[in-house]
Design a protein around this ligand. Structure first.
Ligand SMILES: Nc1ncnc2c1ncn2[C@@H]1O[C@H](COP(=O)(O)OP(=O)(O)OP(=O)(O)O)[C@@H](O)[C@H]1O
Length: 788
């Protein structure tokens, strides 16, 4: 029997023209017959959009943000399914009603239930297919390309299907089974059967009871309508189960995945331990991780903290005021074998990002984690928030272990996170974001509105509450992220560089919010602003190269690690001092300024042996070393008594800045690492001389500059800074100055490291580049020898 083609629009249009002579009816016919084709196009288009949306949610880490705030994976997939199910159902009903409204045989003669079920199951099958594909794609741009490719393939294969391939006895069962795995093919075959059943005036269409029969007595169909329904249902479940499996087994946006057989492990079902591991690159294998040897901390406060936590672990006790107990947290990113070219794998070295942290973080306090780029702060936060699996150790958050899946879900219900980069939906307003996350946290409806309004006014977003977040400035987005972290009254809040990109005024607003937020909760803050850390923190820990370098209050760190006390002395104006020369010109004062401050400098020199660090006509700054602390009481008493005589109008005493301490500790860590690695940096002197400086070394002797006049040769003080990757780089250097006479015969450090043999140093010396500068240890150089 000749097959009536209802799927391909161009052919069905021709058929329609033959059947209906009246022009108006012709138009209806065209629309009616082509309806299923348009439906297929619309369904495929919906598939492309849906695939793009799921992948975009993954790519932009929106899904991760929701799961950190407590969204279960099952709830995530079920939400998508419910939403897509409703859309699919409504569009299927509308299409069938539309066809019936225009009185087309295809829609009138075939059963309403059969038509609805076919359209619905096909679309729903495509939803499952999109879920499955989304697990393999990580970029939304790739998702769109893949989606359109499948769209085109779908059109071609459904066209082939309308010509009878492979649903006839001429083809094997296996071929039919494979062909039926692609949803548009089954849909096209369903349309064929329905079209066949309404081809002539005598045909009665397919009723619900005749769904398991061939459309007409003479047709020899190998698949019937109920077979198509069964296939579409079964393959939907297949796609959906595979989607959930690959969603767990393939690396997520952070490279984290479960093992391939995770579902066979009891722990997966009981939630006792988390089965997450770091995923591989494009080659399936990851490199092995060399064990990290335990080393005791160099700093006494870090050692005390560590032994306190260890003791609590041994005694299995947790202080009542402890919100987070980090127990030897270790994170190593394994080396990854990446594909080079078409078929070669190259392995990157494993990286120990966090090397055993032992810390207690207290309730009602703000704990600040500082460190240069790459120190391991974000990795620590990612481990504590469950984004990244830990390599060893553990952490208890309000008594729940981060290692267990069930523990993590308890933790998520009491945790708020402001990630380093804003994770927001461009299309949602600030209010909608807060409503969404409050809903995920399970807040009762009446409380959501008032809590959201309150937070929006605190972060000064009330006026922009209904504007789409996509049009916000960077600072507004950051404030919204802070508000999201605080919604639902979490007992633990992680703020990863929350004020980045904010202007000074807004930053102060946010500081006030953070300060108020301390009550009743623990806050963990990371920041690059030392001012922020100083103002907000109750306790500060500085990390570098994955290790804790110091811990304590701001004052404790300043007094332990600061170079000393900073004294700012304001110099009296000449006129004020002598009660005359009121109208003396500024220029005369300027000429005289050196003379005016001389008695003050003399006083500091005689009593404490310190020289000014900075000086101008209004004030002089001195740094008094910590070892002179005992003399300070008498010194300041005498200075106050002699204020008038010395010409002092004001004295300000402060400890060293946190920034100074931060730089010192970060530099020490870099120097340690550089010494261990034996790394050198080239210093280009103004004379054109190049020397190799051991990375991080401060005082370096220039080789070959010894002379009769300067028997010790010349030296430079090198200034170091951190580049964008956190590595040390030379930011400047002093003039070349003679090596102080008392150091001429002292020992200088030869920069040969554990990892670098003297032979290799000699080779680098002799072969091409510059000679290596010997290092003079810092404590051998007095303040007067320093250039800064
Ligand atoms: N997924 C990863 N794979 C391999 N190495 C990683 C990965 N994530 C981070 N690292 C490395 O771990 C180290 C610590 O990174 P982390 O992001 O924790 O530093 P940070 O202190 O937060 O720095 P920043 O201030 O720049 O945010 C870095 O050397 C980084 O390159």
């Amino acid at each position: 029997m000749p097959r009536r083609i209802v799927v391909d629009s161009s052919i069905s249009w021709t058929v329609g023209l033959k059947e209906f002579a009246h022009p108006a009816i012709e138009t209806f016919s065209i629309v009616g017959q082509a309806g299923p084709t348009f439906f297929l196009a619309a369904a495929m288009f919906g598939f492309v959009i849906q695939l793009g949306s799921i992948v975009a949610e993954k790519e932009l880490k929106l899904r991760q943000a929701m799961s950190i705030m407590g969204l279960y994976n099952s709830a995530y997939w079920l939400t998508w399914l419910t939403w897509e199910g409703i859309l699919t159902f409504v569009s299927s009903i509308l299409l069938v009603l539309f066809g019936m409204m225009f009185q087309f045989n295809f829609f009138l003669k075939n059963s309403f239930a059969i038509l609805l079920l076919l359209f619905f199951l096909f679309q729903f099958n495509m939803v499952g297919f999109a879920f499955l594909l989304s697990t393999f794609i990580s970029k939304s741009s790739s998702a769109t390309t893949v989606g359109f490719f499948i769209y085109i393939i779908g059109f071609i294969t459904q066209l082939i299907t309308t010509f009878g391939f492979p649903y006839s006895d001429a083809y094997s069962k296996n071929l039919r089974a494979i062909w039926s795995l692609f949803p548009p093919n089954l849909f096209a075959q369903g349309l064929n059967l329905l079209g066949d059943a309404t081809g002539t005036d005598q045909d009665k269409g397919i009723s619900w009871s005749s769904r398991s029969k061939c459309p007409s007595a003479d047709s020899n169909c190998v698949i019937k309508m109920d077979g198509i329904f069964q296939w579409l249902t079964a393959t939907f479940f297949l796609w959906f189960i595979l989607a959930i499996y690959f969603d767990n087994a393939l690396p997520d946006v952070n490279g984290v995945k479960k093992s391939w057989f995770y579902f066979l492990k009891l722990s997966y079902w009981t939630g006792k331990t988390s089965d997450q591991v770091e995923g591989g690159g494009c080659c399936s294998c990851t490199g092995s991780v060399p064990p990290l040897s335990e080393s005791s901390p160099d700093d006494e406060d870090v050692a005390t903290e560590e032994s306190l936590v260890r003791q609590q672990v041994t005694e299995n006790t947790l202080g009542s005021n402890v919100a987070v107990q980090v127990r030897g947290l270790l994170k190593t990113f394994p080396g990854i074998r990446n594909m080079v070219g078409c078929c070669k794998c190259r392995k990157t070295a494993p990286h120990h990002a966090v090397k055993g942290l032992w810390i207690n973080i207290e309730k009602d306090k703000l704990f600040c984690l500082l460190g240069p780029n790459g120190a391991g702060k974000t990795t620590t936060i990612n481990c504590l928030t469950g984004i990244t699996p830990i390599t060893a150790g553990d952490a208890l958050i309000y008594g729940h272990s981060i290692k267990s899946t069930s523990g993590m879900s308890n933790i998520r219900s009491v945790m708020g996170v402001c990630p380093q980069f804003d994770i927001l939906w461009d299309a949602l307003s600030a209010q909608e974001h807060l409503y969404l996350f409050a809903g995920i946290k399970g807040m009762p409806r009446p409380a959501i509105k008032s809590d959201a309004e309150n937070l929006l006014s605190q972060v000064k977003l009330s006026e922009a509450a209904h504007i789409r977040a996509g049009s916000y400035s960077g600072g507004m987005k950051r404030r919204l992220s802070v508000a999201i972290a605080l919604i639902g009254d979490p007992k633990l809040v992680f703020l990863d560089e929350p004020t980045t990109g904010m202007d000074p005024v807004t930053r102060r607003y946010v500081w006030d919010i953070i300060e108020d937020a301390k009550k009743g909760r623990a806050i963990v803050l990371t920041t690059h602003s030392m001012e922020e850390a100083d103002i907000l923190s109750d306790r500060i820990a500085i990390m570098a190269r994955g290790k804790l370098r110091c811990i304590g209050t701001s004052v404790r760190l300043k007094s332990r690690f600061g170079t000393g006390f900073v004294v700012n002395v304001s110099v009296q104006k000449e006129g004020t001092r002598n009660n005359f020369l009121q109208n003396e010109s500024d220029s005369m004062q300027r000429e005289d300024s050196g003379h005016q401050s001389e008695p003050i400098k003399q006083f500091f020199r005689e009593r404490l042996n310190v020289e000014p660090k900075e000086e101008n006509k209004a004030y002089i700054t001195f740094i008094i070393p910590r070892e002179k602390e005992e003399q300070l009481t008498d010194f300041f008493a005498e200075m106050q008594d002699r204020e008038e005589e010395l010409g002092i109008s004001d004295i300000q005493l402060s400890l060293a800045t946190l920034e100074e301490i931060f730089l010192k500790i970060a530099r020490q860590a870099e120097v340690e690492t550089a010494a261990a690695d034996g790394s050198f940096t080239i210093l280009n002197l103004p004379s054109g001389t190049l020397i190799q400086v051991p990375t991080g070394a401060r005082f370096v002797v220039i080789p070959g500059t010894e002379s009769e006049e300067n028997p010790g040769g010349l030296m430079v003080e090198v200034q170091w800074d951190h580049d964008d990757t956190g590595a040390l780089c030379i930011s400047g250097h002093s003039n070349e100055i003679p090596v102080p006479p008392h150091l001429v015969n002292t020992e200088r450090v030869t920069p040969i490291s554990r990892n670098r043999s003297s032979r290799s140093v000699r080779r680098s010396f002799s072969s091409n580049v510059a000679p290596i500068g010997l290092v003079i240890e810092e404590d051998k150089i007095s303040a007067s020898n320093r250039s800064t």
